[in-house]
Design a protein around this ligand. Structure first.
Ligand code: FUL
Length: 681
């Protein structure tokens, strides 16, 4: 009888039509659903900043500076398509107000530049290239405009809406429309050169903007503003929360309490988008040519965004010539090839699937729906059943290290906690080893775990907001990733090389040449007491396969410098090459005095704030004195959103004692210094 029961249920289910589970709100609309399925698409930051080596132009740079010699949108789109990107978003206008299209409402645009003799239209060229290659196109239009004389007053809002209409009308269908939330206050503003503050919630008239977008571009999802369809994920580092609900309390994205995780009791569908740049900055800076994110960092970003129920908007800072730099294209194509290799052979398609509950016993909701390759069909449980077990059995032992899960989100996001287990004999079960909290799933969740050879895998759904609706489960055996090594130098000049994989060996050079399999093998930390460059790679001794090359250029070590205001233990954190340890100046102090021990000829300095989760004291405006003379002063643009090393260069200056002054802080009342170093002649 025990065995007959499921059969009878199935028969009963086949005879009567079993209703689909009722939605558990909130649910996505068709536009949000179509967007979610794009998963990965590209951002391009391009404009006057590219030519001025800036992140946030002030709004006073002449339009004539914009002069790419070999701009080629086909090259961008071909590269991005090869990287599996489904669309491209362009900064049609960034905070500096310069327009990449010949707007009828201003001369501060490509039409006043030498590029294509003032007849160019970059928005047109890119949207056309996207159409030719079958990619979607999207627009970023900065609400903040540091150039416009009327910014802060009514006339600017008219201008902003007029420009929006131009972009929505003239360039074909858009998949996404981005309103950036940044507003630093100060700007050139037609020569006024002052600080202007606005109330972003009311000033830009976002409600009206939404109506315009809806009527002219019904497919476009809106990012930012007060009526968003998707939400920022809360950082520019490339990760979503391990718990990531696609909804929040209240409409719009300006009153979200938790961007990174969403809100379980939310009533408004607002899925997350992870925006991050392939280099430290959003715009191109020659000094970042060697600071591309590594292959393994980019692979991590994929798992921490798409693998955590968010979409990935990956930025490419197109270079001054007007092309995606060769290293960036090679890296991103390698990234796609790595992901393709990781997801090459799906293992559950032929496996036997069983569930402990099937909605109404109906075939339509059977567990096999999770492996039929059809996203529209799903396994569901009965009303009131919010826990369940899905078991997959292999014919022969199988090595597995990835599991991909998808909920059928048209009916809402439900799962709040689950476990993944494996068994070698179908009797004893063990949890897989993963660093991840197994909580939410949503549109897609991908779990990486230490490989196991198993006869069976099972997913125990332990908590959900309603009956389970799982439309897809996949398993993979991803090949070992040869991560390039990490290169770190401490204050005394000792260099440590670290590989992600303990089974791999490291080969390196210190003379600026490319290492290969015959370069010296790294055994222990070594001394690099002066300026120099270290390059290293990881090699799999079995197959001889090698990783990409990691390279770092160092100036003199600063561990012998003395900071008058700090205890030795605290000052060491500024010079130890480790950005995860930060010195804080004593409360009330806004500057520190650094004695270099002897006179030196300096050409620059670099500052890194405490970018840790709980870090504060980020210096946004600085002044540097050398033996009492001012040698540099300015703003670290966008340091709050992107708290990476900030390099400031100047004409050579001789001296011994430096004074680093924090003229303004973004948060906290004590300046933080995770790293400080000098550039010498
Ligand atoms: C931020 C901006 O301030 C950055 O410059 C960049 O455009 C990034 C995508 O958004 O808020």
């Amino acid at each position: 009888m025990k065995h007959l029961f499921p059969l009878l249920l199935l028969l009963a289910g086949a005879c009567s039509r079993v209703e689909a589970p009722a939605p558990v709100g909130p649910v996505p609309d068709a536009r949000q659903l179509a967007w979610q399925r794009l998963e990965t698409y590209a951002f391009v930051h391009y404009g006057l900043n590219t030519f001025n080596d800036m992140e946030w132009g002030y709004g006073n740079t002449p339009a004539s500076t914009f002069d790419p010699a070999a701009l080629d949108c086909d090259q961008w789109v071909r590269t991005l398509k090869a990287a599996g990107m489904k669309g491209v978003m362009l900064t049609a206008k960034h905070h500096d107000g310069f327009c990449l299209w010949p707007s009828a409402y201003t001369d501060y645009s490509v039409k006043s530049s030498p590029w294509r003799d003032g007849k160019g239209d970059l928005v047109r060229e890119l949207s056309d290239a996207c159409r030719r290659h079958g990619l979607r196109f999207g627009i970023y239009l900065s609400p903040w405009d540091r150039h416009h004389a009327e910014y802060g007053r009514e006339a600017y809002v008219e201008y902003f809406h007029n420009q929006m209409r131009e972009l929505l009308t003239n360039y074909g269908p858009l998949f996404e429309y981005w309103f950036d939330g940044a507003n630093g206050g100060d700007g050139w503003y037609g020569g006024a050169d002052e600080r202007r503050s606005i109330d972003a919630r009311s000033y830009y008239r976002y409600e009206e903007a939404r109506e315009t977008i809806r009527s002219l571009q019904p497919e476009a999802v809106i990012f930012g503003g007060t009526c968003a369809d998707i939400r920022w994920i809360g950082n520019e580092e490339g990760w979503a929360g391990q718990t990531n609900w696609s909804f929040v309390k209240g409409a719009g994205d300006q009153n979200v309490n938790d961007f990174t995780h969403g809100e379980r009791d939310g009533d408004h569908w607002l899925p997350g988008e992870v925006d991050v740049s392939i280099r430290p900055g959003w715009f191109y800076h020659p000094r970042e040519d060697t600071q591309l994110k590594s292959l393994s960092q980019l692979v991590d970003i994929y798992y921490q965004s798409v693998g955590r129920n968010a979409n990935l908007l990956l930025n490419f800072p197109v270079d001054r010539s007007g092309r995606i730099a060769a290293a960036d294209s090679a890296r991103i194509v390698a990234w796609r090839q790595t992901l393709d290799a990781e997801f090459a052979h799906e293992l559950l398609a032929g496996a036997d699937v069983e569930a402990d509950n099937v909605r109404g016993g109906a075939r339509r909701f059977a567990p096999g729906r999770t492996t039929d390759g059809n996203w529209e069909s799903y396994w569901a449980t009965d009303d009131g059943v919010t826990e369940g077990v899905l078991t997959f059995r292999f014919e022969a032992p199988q090595h597995v290290n990835r599991l991909l899960l998808q909920e059928y989100i048209p009916l809402g996001q439900r799962v709040a906690r689950f476990a993944v287990e494996w068994s070698g004999d179908d009797r004893e079960w063990h949890p897989v080893e993963t660093g991840e909290e197994l909580t939410t799933i949503g549109y897609k969740r991908i779990i990486r775990f230490a490989g196991v050879t198993c006869r069976a895998l099972r997913v125990r759904f332990e908590e959900a907001r309603g009956p389970l609706c799982i439309c897809n489960v996949e398993a993979y055996d991803a090949p070992v990733l040869l991560e390039e090594p990490r290169i770190v130098r401490d204050g005394s000049g000792m260099v440590t090389l670290r590989a992600g994989d303990r089974g791999a060996e490291i080969r390196y050079t210190t003379d600026g040449t490319q290492p290969d399999g015959s370069s010296p093998r790294y055994e222990a930390p070594f001394l690099l007491p002066d300026k120099g460059e270290v390059r290293a790679l990881v090699r799999d001794p079995q197959s001889g396969r090698m990783s990409e090359v990691a390279a770092r250029r160092f100036d003199i070590p600063c561990g012998s410098f003395r900071v008058r205001e700090l205890e030795p233990g605290e000052q060491a954190k500024m010079f130890d090459g480790d950005v995860t340890t930060a010195a804080y100046l004593p409360r009330g102090l806004r500057s520190c005095t650094i004695d270099m021990g002897c006179e030196r000829s300096l050409t620059g300095f670099a500052y890194t704030p405490d970018a840790g989760r709980w870090g504060s004291g980020v210096v946004t405006h600085y002044r540097l004195l050398l033996d009492g003379r001012k040698v540099a002063e300015g703003e670290f643009s966008n340091i709050v959103n992107n708290p990476v090393e900030q390099l400031v260069e100047f004409a050579p200056q001789r001296g011994r004692v430096l004074r680093f002054e924090a003229c303004a802080l973004a948060s906290g009342d004590a300046p933080s210094i995770a790293e400080f170093s000098v550039r010498t002649e």
